[in-house]
Design a protein around this ligand. Structure first.
Ligand SMILES: [Zn+2]
Length: 302
């Protein structure tokens, strides 16, 4: 994957809490702004906030030559429509049409996690690898699949968060056992608080407690990470990535995440290709930088 990085583009990364907006030149963030998504005011309001962000950025940076928009949920990149987001609640929003009408610029469009995967592949931890898997572990878990240097861009691909890891916990998707029910940041806190009748607020606090010798916290952290390792091993056996890039809030644990995964793989990988397991390099900006890449591609396809 390559990208012409000379043009200035506007990248919007829409999340459930906020819209990250940037004026980008390749992976360089020339200027950044944030708007609240305010999903609690309803799906239409969230759409209006995205359009407000696009308009404000376009007004402030009229020299931008394209816009990229990436959103969570089920995304149809062929029609330019955000079909569904459980997180934000919208259905069938034609973002490409709406943003193009407002800015008169070419509009690239995609899924937030897959945009992050493309950004990490071109500019970050996946640079130089043809086959990679980018998996942010945050409030949810999903992955971006890159095969032979190209993003596998199917709206239903990469839902590793709903692999059955026999967690014993109910998942938001409606069944029991999913990776998301035990290994996301909020799941780690919830499981720990339930087990120890505590009121911790973040997975980092659980990790800190584990490091200080709290056995319940150690058990919860280990179970979360082993479930991640189990799910990654399934991916490794099927698609043989050269590199697995872990992102999202939980990846800030660094070695406390990587070491148990490597140890698990020591006992599982025999003849298979053993991928490098690394932490993402672009951090919170991966989705926004990816949306800029999509914007530039829309312009070049124009
Ligand atoms: Zn699920």
């Amino acid at each position: 994957m390559t990208s012409n990085n000379q043009d200035l583009v506007i990248g919007l990364d829409v999340g459930g809490t906020e819209i990250k907006a940037g004026l980008l030149k390749g992976s360089e963030i020339v200027s950044a702004r944030r708007w609240p998504t305010e999903r609690e005011k309803g799906p239409q309001h969230a759409v209006d906030q995205v359009l407000l962000a696009a308009k404000s950025m376009h007004d402030e940076f009229p020299n931008a030559t394209a816009v990229g928009v990436v959103v969570p949920g089920v995304v149809n990149t062929k029609t330019g429509v955000a079909e569904y987001s459980e997180n934000i609640g919208w259905r069938n929003v034609p973002f490409v049409k709406l943003v193009n009408e407002m800015t008169k610029l070419p509009v690239g469009f995609g899924h937030d996690v897959r945009a992050g995967g493309v950004a990490e592949t071109i500019y970050g931890a996946g640079k130089g690898f043809a086959n990679s898997f980018f998996m942010p572990i945050g409030t949810g878990i999903a992955g971006a699949i890159v095969l032979n240097g190209e993003l596998f861009d199917d709206p239903y691909a990469g839902e590793i968060g709903h692999l059955d890891v026999k967690s014993g916990y109910m998942c938001a998707c409606g069944v029991t056992g999913c990776l998301e029910s035990i290994s996301t940041g909020p799941s780690i806190v919830r499981v720990y608080n339930e087990k120890s009748d505590s009121k911790l607020e973040s997975s980092f606090q659980v990790l800190e407690a584990a490091k200080e010798g709290n056995m319940a916290a150690q058990e919860v952290w280990s179970a979360a990470v082993e479930s991640i390792a189990f799910a990654l091993n399934a991916y490794i056996n099927i698609l043989a990535p050269e590199v697995i890039i872990l992102g999202g809030g939980v990846s800030k644990a660094g070695d406390a995440l990587l070491e148990p995964i490597e140890k698990y793989l020591d006992g599982r990988i025999t003849f298979q290709r053993r991928p490098k397991i690394v932490i993402a390099e672009l951090g919170d900006h991966a989705g926004m930088i990816g949306s800029g890449i999509f914007g530039l591609r829309a312009k070049n396809d124009h």
